[in-house]
Design a binder for this molecule. Structure first.
Ligand code: MN
Ligand code: MN
Length: 447
């Protein structure tokens, strides 16, 4: 259900490809949540956004970056509320443990800890890049990106050869977290008796980055697929890339923010970290940083009782909880409810509710808001459809929506459908990528 209009038939290939090209550039750069936020901060500053610390009440465009991992930006007069798009910039990946390095039988390895909902087997025998930051005792921050360029080595979690893998085990029993050890090297440091291979790796890291072994303890290091975004399909109708979930909505949201004209309400974007592990911590959707930002906006605009003014502002605001949803996959049709699943190329998907089982843990949009969203999308000729995460009782999931709804925002989930969600190489239809951006823009302007 929905408009049932194929985007390819109503937009030109040229405009779809133009948006796709700029997105591919972004998704190639934004290998971590920090890099995604850096990318967006630069775009906002170029567009004239001022940091909240420099806000005087006269500027229309204001932003704040929280710990380099989350962000809020607002444009326009906030007295009638704000139409927000929120998305998350973290993605499933393989982190290093704080004490990762060891040597066994002439091979140096590093211990890892998977982050988010990964199917572990997908991460073995795959070229990986090590990306992130290490912080020295002095506070100096060292950026690392090993395997990001074609002339650099990549890392890998080796899988077992099929010859020794005949035992009939379930995938979940076979691919265990303690087998996810990344190979670092095999050349010994000359003159060393104890752990000579590990010492040679440490010497390379010291020479190149000035890193010591203890620096791994104060680090955010992630192993991510060392894969370039690529067109997929003989007709190039899909983009395959790592991290579509949910950097794609972050990108569509920021692009919509930059191009939207605020009308009755202001427009805004909130980008969160930690969604894939339950929106925890001081950079996730359960954190208070965006409330602190809004209170500061209200204070500078002359409100003394900012707590009441904030409640009122949130009540007048709308939250488009922008996240990817499932796309119908003909090879796995048994898990989908055909009436309630997004199809490739049919536009942005409205997800009335999330959760699992009997709507446990669900965030459900009120009928009134869904009606309003439908109306705006239809009025503007935007292709939209309906999606849910599978048949009842097959599985389920959640987004940042429920945490924002709890705060009082009128909230609805929507976004493009993906195939192979959470895999190292996820697929999105270019048509849905572009149409979702258009949807965010008109909803920001007209809700
Ligand atoms: Mn997501
Ligand atoms: Mn996810």
């Amino acid at each position: 259900m929905g408009t049932n209009e194929l985007v390819w038939k109503k937009r030109t290939r040229e405009e779809i490809e133009k948006f796709s090209d700029s997105y591919k550039q972004f998704i190639d750069y934004a290998k971590t949540e920090r890099l995604a936020i850096q990318y967006f901060e630069k775009l906002l500053i170029e567009d004239g956004y001022v940091h909240i610390d420099n806000y005087t009440g006269k500027e229309k465009k204001v932003f704040y970056v929280n710990r380099g991992k989350s962000l809020i930006a607002v444009n326009g007069d906030i007295s009638n509320g704000i139409n927000f798009v929120s998305a998350h910039v973290d993605a499933p990946r393989i982190d290093l443990r704080p004490c990762p390095l060891y040597e066994d039988s002439g091979i140096a390895l590093a211990k890892t800890h998977y982050y988010g909902g990964v199917k572990k087997y997908q991460w073995f025998s795959l070229p990986l890049a090590l990306v992130g930051v290490l912080v020295k005792e002095s506070g100096e921050k060292i950026d690392v990106c090993i395997g990001c360029n074609d002339d650099e080595p990549v890392l890998v979690l080796p899988d077992l050869l099929p010859h020794l893998d005949k035992e009939d085990k379930k995938v979940s029993e076979h691919f265990k977290a303690d087998k996810m050890n990344v190979v670092l090297g095999s050349i010994p440091l000359e003159g060393e008796e104890k752990e000579p291979v590990k010492k040679y790796i440490l010497k390379i890291l010291k020479d190149k980055y000035n890193i010591d072994e203890e620096d791994f303890i104060s680090a955010d290091l992630e192993l991510v697929p060392a894969l370039k975004p690529r067109d997929v399909g003989i007709d190039s109708s899909f983009i395959g890339a790592y991290g579509h979930d949910d950097r794609i909505c972050a990108y569509q949201g920021v692009k919509a923010l930059l191009n939207a004209q605020p009308n009755a309400k202001a427009v805004g974007v909130i980008l969160f970290d930690r969604e894939e592990i339950g929106s925890e911590g001081d950079s996730g959707a359960q954190a208070r940083f965006y409330r602190a930002f809004l209170r500061k906006l209200l204070l500078v605009n002359g409100h003394s009782d900012t707590e009441s003014a904030l409640d009122e502002l949130i009540n007048k605001s709308t939250m488009l909880s922008a996240d990817v949803t499932t796309l119908f996959d003909p090879s796995f049709s048994e898990v989908h409810d055909k009436l309630n699943v997004a199809k490739a190329g049919y536009g942005v998907a409205l997800v009335k509710y999330t959760g699992r089982g009997g709507k446990g843990g669900a965030s459900e949009a009120h009928a009134e808001l869904v009606g309003k969203v439908r109306n705006i999308l239809n009025k503007n000729g935007i292709s939209w459809q309906v999606s849910l995460l599978g048949k009842v009782d097959v599985g389920g999931g959640g987004t940042v929506a429920k945490f924002l709804a709890q705060e009082g925002f009128d909230t609805i989930d929507l976004g493009p459908g993906l195939m192979s969600m959470h895999a190292p190489f996820e697929l999105v239809s270019k048509a849905d990528l572009y149409e979702t951006y258009l949807a965010f823009k008109v909803l920001m302007e007209e809700l």
